[in-house]
Design a protein around this ligand. Structure first.
Ligand code: TXA
Ligand code: MG
Length: 331
């Protein structure tokens, strides 16, 4: 590995972006793989590095709320109220795009996803470059999002250019699951992806009720099979006792267990995490799934958190991970 490829120096990372390089950087949710939003060539390299289909749009990250108007137009009043309360924070709004900006990041769409992250390192980087940064999560397409710099290297280390690109190390991400995405193109907000900002937050802050159904979309975060480790994920729901599920999964090989702290250990399963509440569950979820793969586990049995707060998003990701690890096209 080239010395200096991984850096804690925001100025070094900002210089790499300005020179057309890619920079993986921490946000409060997960690590993103960034390029200057209007550098079409650099944005194209993001898609190549991730192995992501070109038509899937990428979120543009801005340093402050006024960055929204650089990329968006005809932003509904409720969306303005929403970002005023939620930013900086783990919320992305999809709004009508200003023509001529962030074309490659938008994947040709007439809309753009914009987010102002609440992470000091992300904020410093965005301020230093003085421009929006297009960034999907810094994982290979379909895989679990990275929540540490080491995870980024494990995902993309061989796919980045050590001379041009950088990994900006800002420690572990405090939220741990991706931002809530709210489509703000219509009369009412539509929650497209759940996250730490809940439906109740969105409705309270926007001052209008959300519409129930999202637009039919093939965006990666909305595919049934996504966020998957190599190990088979099996959710323990009301149907089958935990002990029986572990026994059954043991037939495949070593089994890991992710369950809230009040769930006792189970013979035959190695405990990967025992989070005390849904926030901690979100924080440790992706690292635990990675740990299962690193340990060569065949299966991870999970007892989901209750559907409160970010627990809704954790349950959503677990369901997708279960689908993803079952599907032959995983990856
Ligand atoms: O927390 C996050 O949102 C992280 C950090 C790095 O900011 N980013 C992230 O990006 O999760 P990504 O690309 O992995 O997921 C963003 C999702 C994708 O499903 C993408 O299709 C959708 O947002 N998206 C982005 N722009 C959109 C648009 N204009 N219209 C519809 N969906 C959009
Ligand atoms: Mg992603």
């Amino acid at each position: 590995m080239t010395p200096g490829w991984i850096t804690e120096d925001v100025a070094v990372a900002a210089a790499a972006l300005r020179a057309g390089g890619l920079v993986a950087f921490p946000t409060e949710t997960v690590y993103g793989l960034g390029a200057l939003a209007d550098d079409e060539e650099a944005v194209a390299r993001i898609f190549t590095a991730k192995g992501r289909p070109r038509a899937h749009p990428v979120i543009v990250h801005v340093a402050a709320a006024d960055g929204l108007d650089r990329y968006a137009e005809q932003v509904p009043d409720y969306a303005r109220r929403l970002v005023e309360r939620a930013w900086p924070g783990p919320l992305t709004v999809v709004v009508p795009r200003h023509p001529g900006v962030a074309t490659a990041a938008a994947g040709g769409a007439a809309t753009v996803g914009v987010r102002c992250p609440a992470h000091p390192v992300a904020h410093a980087l965005l301020t230093a470059v003085g421009s929006g940064v297009a960034a999907p999560s810094a994982n290979r397409f379909g895989r679990v999002s990275p929540t540490t710099a080491a995870h980024v290297v494990a995902e993309l280390g061989t796919r980045l250019d050590p001379h041009r690109d950088r990994v900006l190390d800002g420690g572990a991400c405090p939220v741990g699951v991706e931002s809530t995405i709210v489509d703000c193109c219509g009369e009412r907000p539509i929650i497209v992806r759940s996250g730490r900002v809940t439906q109740r937050d969105v409705e309270e802050w926007a001052g209008v009720p959300t519409a129930a159904t999202g637009p039919a979309s093939a965006a990666p975060g909305t595919l049934a099979a996504h966020y998957a480790p190599s190990a088979q994920v099996s959710i323990c729901d009301e149907g089958e006792p935990l002990l029986d599920l572990v026994k059954r999964e043991s037939l495949r090989g070593p089994v890991g267990l992710i369950a809230p702290a009040d769930v006792a250990d189970v013979p035959g399963a190695e405990r990967l995490a025992a989070p005390r509440d849904e926030d901690e569950y979100a924080q440790v979820l992706y690292a635990s799934l990675r740990a299962a793969d690193d340990a060569g586990m065949a299966s991870v049995v999970v007892v989901p958190p209750p559907p409160h707060g970010v627990g809704v998003a954790v349950r959503d990701r677990l369901t997708r991970a279960e689908h993803g690890s079952r599907s032959a096209t995983n990856g």
